[in-house]
Structure formats: structure tokens, C-alpha cells
Design a protein around this ligand. Sequence first.
Ligand code: AMP
Ligand code: ZN
Length: 114
Amino acid sequence: MTDCLFCKIAAKEIPADLVYETERTLAFRDINPQAPTHVLVVSKAHHADAAALAEADDGLADELIKAAHAIAVQEGVAADGYRLVFNTGPGAGQTVFHVHGHLLGGRDLRWPPG
Ligand code: AMP
Ligand code: ZN
């Protein structure tokens, strides 16, 4: 996709704080972090959202989740626990329509708080 921010990051046309890369996935720190660890995990191929990615049915959704867990281990948040969020659609707050999992960790994420 020519006018997609995360395609441009995946193509290394726009810089990002990269933390992990495989042949088909890439991860970089969110510019507006909501937790001590806030990493976006994307497929290099363009898919609009998690459902479209899963529908492509080529194992890429599995790879994305495995990558997220590997990053959680790398970031040292896997043992305490982390959250992996795929905002899907504008009403859920999705603003970039290239699938990305928000990997959040490094603080108490229990919901509801308390
Ligand atoms: P969403 O609202 O679920 O679509 O998530 C988009 C996320 O991308 C937000 O958390 C933004 O802070 C983040 N973001 C936007 N532009 C960049 C960028 N250039 N580098 C890293 N993260 C970005
Ligand atoms: Zn894209």
C-alpha cells in the first residue's frame, strides 16, 4: 500500500525504534507509550486489521502472536504478564489501518483496577 504509515515503516522508508524483526513481522516502540513497554507488532505485508490478517490464512496471524510473545520475553515482561490488543475499527480507536498488536507491559494491567 503506497499511503500507509506502517507499510512505510516496514519498508524502512520512515524511521522507527525497531525492537524485533523476522522475515514477515516487525516490531517497534509506540511513539505515544501507554505503559513502560508499549511495542507495536505488525506484519510486513499490508492487512487492514487482525480479522483481515487471519482471513488471509497463511499462518501470519500465528507468527504475529509468536513474535509478540518473543518480544515480551525480550522486554522482560512475560513473567509478570502483558496485554496484546488489536484495536479493530474506528469505534475501538483504530487509527492506523495496517494490522498492529499493541504489546503492553511493565505495569499492573489488571482490569478492572483494584
Ligand atoms: P491504533 O490507534 O490502535 O490504530 O494504534 C496506532 C498507534 O500507532 C498509536 O498508539 C500511535 O501512538 C502509534 N503511532 C502512530 N504513528 C507512529 C509512528 N510513526 N511510530 C510509532 N508509533 C506510531
Ligand atoms: Zn500498510
